[in-house]
Design a protein around this ligand. Structure first.
Ligand SMILES: Nc1ncnc2c1ncn2[C@@H]1O[C@H](COP(=O)(O)OP(=O)(O)O)[C@@H](O)[C@H]1O
Ligand SMILES: Nc1ccn([C@@H]2O[C@H](COP(=O)(O)OP(=O)(O)O)[C@@H](O)[C@H]2O)c(=O)n1
Length: 262
């Protein structure tokens, strides 16, 4: 997670146990100060690339929080529909933003999504919600509202860092993140992974939906090409554990200590 500090720095222990305790102590003291900044790991990629599952497992391995931003777009689409809004009516969708009462669990071992205090963790994954998200995520006003929310959640982490994943995290939400990753996989592999998960509809229908959603989403943000400074991680030929390991290694080799210098 951290680069080792310069060995000649006074007061820095040279044993690995001593170093770990020293870092814990620093973290403890800085956590509540204005100088403390969490390590932000930004992960983008298309549907089925493994963003959610890989980011969550990497967060767990690193002792970080985890934020799934797609969950908020899904939850907002659900909120709008349940408020009786016609998703083709942009003004009505935007008018539903102020009443959007959203809560997400960022502990990777206990992720949940609530809207108006009601648990919608599973409901937001239904094909009905999936096919309606693009109607709301294409609207700049919705994006700005949610980007602000995502940044507040990133800043509010009580862990040494937070892995945040979506479509525009490396470019819009957290372009200054210490670690920025574009997670990709071939379309064929992504479709196969998603089809294995989705029940209640054919593999062909799931693949068609995924491809349509990628097309719609890519008109709004470019998540197929890595922006400058973003590392591409192609998981086509990696299994799940190898992909998580690659993310963890990247964080360990690039992130500096989770304490800012002011
Ligand atoms: N490298 C991988 N190898 C095999 N399966 C994977 C890999 N990465 C992710 N998966 C699986 O693919 C499915 C889709 O992953 P998910 O995290 O939901 O993708 P996304 O959030 O990008 O849509 C999940 O069932 C996940 O366990
Ligand atoms: N940062 C983000 C995250 C999601 N989204 C939108 O939210 C939808 C659902 O995102 P998701 O991450 O749950 O989708 P999957 O890739 O997991 O299928 C996407 O299809 C996008 O329309 C977005 O526009 N920007």
């Amino acid at each position: 997670m951290t680069n080792d500090p310069t060995p000649s720095l006074p007061g820095v222990p040279d044993s690995s146990e001593g170093l770990a305790a020293w870092k814990d102590d620093l973290l403890e003291r800085y956590r509540d100060s204005d100088l403390y900044t969490p390590v932000v790991v930004a992960v983008d990629g298309p549907a089925g690339s493994g963003k959610s599952s890989v980011s969550r497992a990497a967060a767990r391995a690193l002792g970080f929080d985890y934020q799934d931003t797609g969950a908020a777009y899904r939850a907002f689409a659900l909120h709008a529909v349940q408020s009786g809004v016609d998703l083709d009516d942009a003004a009505a969708v935007i008018a539903a933003l102020p009443a959007f009462d959203y809560e997400i669990g960022t502990d990777p071992d206990e992720t949940f999504v609530r809207v108006d205090g009601r648990d919608v963790t599973d409901e937001i994954r239904t094909p009905r919600v999936t096919s309606s998200v693009a109607h709301v995520s294409k609207l700049p006003e919705v994006r700005q509202h949610l980007v602000d929310l995502f940044r507040r959640i990133i800043q509010g982490t009580s862990k040494p860092g937070i892995v945040t994943e979506g479509r525009d995290i490396t470019t819009v939400v957290a372009p200054d993140a210490q670690v920025r990753i574009l997670l990709t996989a071939s379309e064929e592999v992504r479709m196969a992974r998603r089809s294995a998960e989705v029940t209640g509809q054919s593999a062909e229908e799931t693949a068609r939906q995924l491809s349509r959603r990628d097309q719609q989403d890519s008109r709004v943000v470019d998540f197929m090409t890595a922006a400058e400074g973003v590392t591409t991680l192609d998981s086509t030929h990696l299994d799940f554990d190898q992909t998580v390991q690659a993310v963890v290694e990247l964080v360990r080799s690039t992130a500096t200590a989770p304490v800012a210098n002011g």
